[in-house]
Ligand binder design. Structure first.
Ligand SMILES: NC(=O)c1ccc[n+]([C@@H]2O[C@H](COP(=O)([O-])OP(=O)(O)OC[C@H]3O[C@@H](n4cnc5c(N)ncnc54)[C@H](O)[C@@H]3O)[C@@H](O)[C@H]2O)c1
Length: 464
């Protein structure tokens, strides 16, 4: 069997799971209505389903970027080094940042036009430089309007996480992508990590048996960003103050969702319940700090609980726990855990316990024992590009590998590794968790952004 054709649910068990799916839909009418497409706004005439969309080949990809702060400046430098890229535009409201990235990309022989000063200078850039692909690395509230604006200007949009903040924004992104037939990808770089690619390969080869449960997280103390001058913390801090939910779910969730092939024929997002802990740490940190970049942080009423725990139930009845905490002191983790009927794979630290594969299912294979097994399942894409990606860097190489793949897919006219619906579903955890928290944990049903087309969209293959 071609590994790219593999789905982890053999036929007999699939029929069994369909039985439990029907039971679940009967018990939960809102889910039945979302998954049958009723209650979902219909696709406008002439609009196109984009789940397996491949655009016309672009031998040279004309690239522009909006937002070259902490994140975007790295993207600009890496994109400039990729063969086949022609950098046509750079935009940031802050002149010094736009010029810093201009200096960086000109080292690779590009001569982009540079835009700065005005909040809407990016629109001028789009109409004057006519890029094929626009990369967006601005503060969260600007993501949706910039994606929509880029697609309406005829460009494919590639946006930082999360791609939108409300369900209304996410629907607008989907509708615009379908109406304009332009790609719009939320750039979840973690799906390109070595461990995540190995686990995807193992799952696709059936090593874990049938998948049951996943655990995803972004636990990363980042209170010090409140001392960050005019960078990330300057705008992100206000998000923590006014919103209460899981605000940054996609780094942990993206890989788990692709292990389970959610929204890609095998299964789909069903519903979510969410709870937040008390909000304590940010106010304590702000009170103590003598280096806050904005004195207003001392008096902010932080509404967002420090640690959010959400649980997703998929259409097939699998579960995914997602945690988020950018406040409390603790070592970094994304959990990266996937449990199947034959065993479990986990991250932070890398561990696995699998019947017939590791020494015993009762103890973890870690360190050298983990590496010995993992190396046998090295992902072909990582075998091809891993060394160069590590050298080029960006979160250990995952950033470079992601940007490389985007350009490669555009040049070769292939579907992207993450489609618009996956990005919107992963990001939907933000607003749905906020609603669930506000309703003391009431389940919230995921919208079906695919309008039923997930049932025939192929799982992501093992790309060579
Ligand atoms: N995937 C990852 O690993 C990762 C890591 C860090 C940040 N991010 C994401 O990247 C995005 C940017 O974060 P950051 O840390 O670089 O923030 P930042 O504040 O350092 O950068 C944002 C930039 O956008 C610019 N900007 C603001 N409004 C603009 C406008 N109207 N037009 C043009 N430019 C404008 C700002 O001047 C700034 O330079 C966020 O969405 C964040 O969540 C992702």
């Amino acid at each position: 069997m071609n590994p790219s054709d593999f789905t982890t649910t053999p036929r007999r068990s699939f029929i069994k799971t369909l039985g439990s799916l029907t039971a679940s839909l009967v018990a939960y009418p809102a889910l039945a209505s979302a998954q049958s497409g009723s209650g979902t706004p219909s696709r406008s005439s002439g609009a196109k389903y984009m789940g397996d969309f491949a655009a016309a080949k672009l031998p040279t990809v004309k690239v522009a970027i909006i937002g070259v702060g902490a994140r975007g400046s790295g993207h600009a430098a890496q994109l400039a080094s990729i063969k086949g890229v022609s950098f046509v535009g750079i935009c940031d409201v802050v002149e010094a940042r736009a010029k810093r990235s201009e200096a960086e990309v000109t080292k690779h022989g590009h001569s982009p036009k540079v835009y700065f000063g005005q909040e809407d200078a990016w629109q001028k850039m789009l109409s004057e430089t006519k890029p094929d692909a626009v990369f967006i690395a601005t503060p969260w509230p600007l993501h949706a309007p910039m994606c929509v604006g880029a697609m309406k200007a005829g460009a494919h949009a590639f946006c930082e996480v999360p791609i939108g903040l409300t369900l209304k924004e996410l629907w607008e992104i989907v509708d615009t992508s379908e109406a304009t037939a332009r790609h719009c990808m939320m750039m979840e770089n973690v799906n390109y990590g070595r461990e995540e690619l190995i686990y995807l390969n193992m799952v696709r080869q059936g090593v874990l048996g049938e998948l049951l449960h996943g655990e995803a997280a972004y636990l990363h103390p980042l209170c010090m960003q409140m001392e960050n001058g005019d960078s990330t913390g300057s705008w992100r801090t206000f998000q923590y103050a006014k919103r209460n939910g899981n605000l940054y779910p996609t780094h942990g969730l993206g890989p788990v969702a692709q292990y389970m092939s959610l929204a890609r024929s095998e299964d789909n997002f069903g519903r979510i319940v969410s709870f937040s802990s008390p909000a304590k740490g940010r106010a304590l940190y702000a009170k103590k700090s003598t280096k806050l970049s904005n004195p207003e942080f001392k008096t902010l009423d932080f509404k967002g609980g420090d640690l959010n725990t959400s649980i997703i139930k998929t259409v097939l009845g699998r579960t995914i726990m997602i945690q988020w905490d950018e406040t409390s002191p603790r070592p970094y983790t994304r959990h990266n855990l996937i449990q199947g009927t034959k065993g479990v794979l986990a991250g932070f630290p890398n561990r696995m316990a699998i019947e017939g594969v590791t020494k015993s299912p009762h103890e973890w294979a870690e360190d050298a024992a983990w590496e010995e097994i993992a190396a046998k399942y090295e992902h072909p894409l990582y075998k091809r590009m891993g060394e160069l990606s590590k050298e080029m860097g960006g979160h250990g190489g995952m950033d470079y590998l992601m940007l490389f793949r985007i350009i490669e897919c555009l040049q070769q006219g292939q579907p992207l590794d993450q489609n618009i619906y996956e990005g919107c579903l992963w990001a939907a955890v933000g607003p749905l968790s906020e609603k669930s928290v506000a309703e003391d944990g009431n389940p919230q049903v995921f919208p079906d952004f695919t309008r039923g087309n997930w049932k025939t969209t192929k799982p992501l293959g093992i790309i060579a």
